[in-house]
Design a protein around this ligand. Structure first.
Ligand code: CA
Length: 399
């Protein structure tokens, strides 16, 4: 444990009624905080044996605290983000799951009025269709955020109690709370408070199990999107051609009817006129030289799942591609595009093969891989960025 982490931990504990406790180590400090959380959970109706089991062994986790406080080391370019999240593998797996869960998705679409391809895309991006649920046991991660975190402790305390209540009611098994450092869990990564207001039991077994039941997870996601304003009567938006020299309204807050955008000289990229009263806003996430989109309130519903334009576009694009639609036409404004997951894995193998040791190739680009990339970039006389880019991949022999 790092010294700064230890000091922070002690400060939190000493701030409570245990001011005279001897500083015998971080483990003891978090244990006493966890013990008081356990009592609070029990007073909030959590069965004692459930509180005991879920908080047992909760110890200081430097990684949770680091994730909760640090800014990302690298700003991810939107073309890296999109290449990684919307790759051929995720489209193929999406098509497979579309067939496999056809009946469920059809029933969900009917009940909630949310297009099946959109629900499927959220599932694909959030957990790779249930294959990846997160690296953390969320009760322990949340306990760390409360006991050793620096911000929003009250919020995380509430999320922890709700997590224990969900298990105590028997909705999700105690051992199945795998998720994010922030406490989101299940196949479509719900925070416990979101779970409480919007999760549904769609397979009718009496439990809202967003971890083990695909129908429950997908219906809950549809319910979330419906609640956030998704309506199947309108599209998420369109890729558009911006009239040359355009300097009029832009940005998510400047809405106008599609017909107004048509009058301003905008055209759908795929052909067809912009008409009708549906309101839309112009976004150009990579600036004036990249693709442009007119997005409706459905796009805002996607963004409410994760407040980022890149995220919204990844869901929108994946939903188009799994429904047989076309990719975006305007290229991202870069001569050095991003890599798919398969290419990232291959990049690591190529780095190892060429003597830039990055450890075991697992497709995840972490500090070791970035260091290897920087060495390769330096050797090949390229700008040294540490970015998993097409140019360094290609220089190493990747195709
Ligand atoms: Ca159920």
């Amino acid at each position: 444990m790092q010294r700064s982490g230890w000091k922070r931990l002690m400060a939190v504990t000493l701030g409570s009624s245990m001011g005279l406790m001897a500083p015998t180590g971080g483990a003891l400090a978090i244990e006493s905080c966890v013990a008081s959380l356990k009592q609070q959970a029990i007073s909030s109706g959590v069965r004692p044996e459930i509180a005991e089991r879920m908080l047992k062994g909760a110890s200081f986790d430097e990684k949770v605290i680091r994730f909760s406080t640090s800014q990302p080391e690298y700003k991810t370019e939107i073309w890296d983000y999109m290449a990684f999240l919307v790759d051929a593998e995720r489209i193929k797996d999406g098509n497979k799951n579309l067939k496999k869960h056809r009946n469920t998705l059809s029933a969900i679409e009917k009940r909630y009025g949310v297009n099946r391809h959109v629900v499927l895309a959220v599932w694909g991006i959030e957990s790779d269709y249930g294959q990846f649920k997160g690296d953390f046991y969320t009760p322990h991660a949340l306990a760390n955020l409360v006991c050793a975190g620096k911000r929003r402790q009250k919020y995380f305390r509430g999320e922890l109690i709700k997590t224990l209540q969900i298990a105590s009611r028997g909705d999700v098994p105690v051992s199945d709370f795998q998720g994010s450092w922030a406490g989101a869990f299940g196949q479509t990564q719900f925070m416990p408070s979101t779970y409480n207001s919007l999760a549904v039991d769609f397979d009718g077994d009496g439990r809202k199990d967003l971890v083990n039941s695909v129908p429950d997870a997908l219906a809950s996601t549809a319910n979330f999107l419906k609640n956030a304003g998704w309506r199947d009567s309108r599209p998420w938006g369109y890729e558009v051609k911006v009239p040359s020299g355009y300097s009029g309204p832009s940005g998510l807050k400047k809405r106008a009817a599609l017909s107004t955008w048509g009058q301003r000289g905008f055209k759908k990229i795929g052909g067809g006129n912009l008409s009708g009263k549906t309101e839309a806003a112009l976004i150009r996430p990579a600036g004036a030289n990249g693709p442009a989109f007119l997005v409706t309130r459905n796009f805002n519903a996607l963004r409410s799942y994760n407040a980022s334009t890149s995220y919204g576009l990844a869901i929108a694009l994946l939903s188009e591609l799994v429904s047989g639609g076309e990719p975006f036409v305007t290229p991202w404004p870069t001569s050095n595009p991003g890599l798919s997951r398969a290419q990232r894995l291959e990049l690591q193998k190529l780095l190892n093969k060429n003597g830039f040791d990055v450890g075991e190739a697992d497709g995840k680009v972490g500090p070791a891989t970035r260091a290897g990339i920087r060495k390769a970039e330096a050797k090949y006389g390229m700008p040294v960025t540490g970015r998993p880019s097409w140019n360094v991949y290609n220089a190493l022999g990747g195709k």
